[in-house]
Design a protein around this ligand. Sequence first.
Ligand code: BYC
Ligand code: FE
Ligand code: FE
Length: 467
Amino acid sequence: MSFEKIPNNVDLSGDKRLQRALEAWQPNFINWWKEMGPDGFQEKDIYLRTAVSVELDGWAHFDHVRMPDYRWGIFLTPHDGNRKIAFGDHIGEPAWQEVPGEHRNALRRLIVTQGDTEPASVEQQRMLGKVAPSLYDLRNLFQVNVEEGRHLWAMVYLLHSYFGRDGREEAEAMLERRSGNPDKPRILTTFNEPIDDWLSFYMFTMFTDRDGKYQLLSLAESGFDPLARSCRFMLTEEAHHMFVGETGVQRVVDRTCQVMKEQDSDDGFKHGVVPLALVQKYLNFWFTSSLDLFGAEVSSNAAQFFAQGLKGRAHEERDYTEHALREGTYRVARPENGKLVEDEVAIRNALNEVLRDGYIEDNDRGVRKWNKTLEEHGMSYRFKLPSRRFNRKVGVYADHCFDPEGNLISREQFDKLRDQWLPTAEERKQVATLMQPVYERGKIANWIAPPPRGINSQAVDFEYVKM
Ligand code: BYC
Ligand code: FE
Ligand code: FE
């Protein structure tokens, strides 16, 4: 298997047409990677984890490789021949191995939206290598980048394999849109935001990759079996991305506390670290932007995706007993005449909100760990997730203003207080000024604490990137 041009567990060599189509897409992908992937470092040997098969010992193979030689493969969690659709109007019918004609457009749209985020994130992060705080972090950045590249492959495989000519066109378009480009932007808002500094990178991998986790969990339930199996395998890689974010922010907080105590000061920037209040502002920005990625609170799209068996809830089969959801309601607060009123919404129409609930809870666990670090340093400061209504650009709260506690406020009040809640351009610049590259083995930038341990049982001062 591993000698093939495109490593895979889908018997690609048994389908010559598909194999040729993907082998024709491959050089375009590599060109995109060289143009829009990490700036610099393409000739360096990086200690990367590569999936070479889906078996337990196969999906985490570690070695030094050059990024353009990384073996982006196509891996689906193995087939369960008896899988049934587990929710919606088709409950109990066999899962689809081909795309049902009536669901073709909806499925294509879901796969394209999912696929588009993967290269987008690589584009957003392409300059970060230039200012990496350590070789350990540099390696983690590139690990995340190559895996997002593989996630693109996973979706492109589905498009090529199941959507004919339209699918091939969509696969081309994945390499043509560009994050942040006003003429051909990436599809979802957060994926057009710049990520210019490592605090943003950690916040993104904490909050935005976690949207990835929840969307993948719900697509992993899909009645379209190849999509479900693709997403299941992608989820095994996603955990590391969120680890990078959660522990990255924790190390920033750790270092700031340490320096504040040594200096007996709370002027972080003066001593070369990020002030805690600014960490909170970054959190506010990336968390709320990522909340938008779940879509509108009340969504007929979500209802249809569920009814048709295309997109379930996270852990649909594991965590729920009632899977049809023909009855039942969900309460959604909505602003009206200057106050919040609650609507009873048919549960199927509120499924974006249900998924968002789980996501918020999951983030809260991470934030509590950051607070534990503060506590261990004897600090009284605490981080807090803002209300789901704060700073939203999508959904029922988008055209109204709220404070971080979720109280409705006027636009004037919001504009006046905005700079207390969200990073200013000046503050972003100050954070960027802290980011001076450190490429010496075992050394670390001043603004962040070293990791407690290395990758794959290697030492912290291991040569993660051969400079
Ligand atoms: N930006 O009915 P609604 C990841 C649009 S992250 C711009 O709620 P729907 C990763 C929407 O298209 C996971 N537009 O929409 C992370 C709709 O437009 P139309 C990515 C937005 O479709 C880090 C309208 O607003 N995966 O993997 O139910 C690194 C009404 O909204 C946005 C997926 O997203 C937005 N944020 O819900 C790397 C899974 N939100 O039809 C990778 C696939 C909404 O009125 N996608 N709109 O023109 C979906 O399941 C759904 O498309 C969404 C949106 C949940 C995103
Ligand atoms: Fe991904
Ligand atoms: Fe990810």
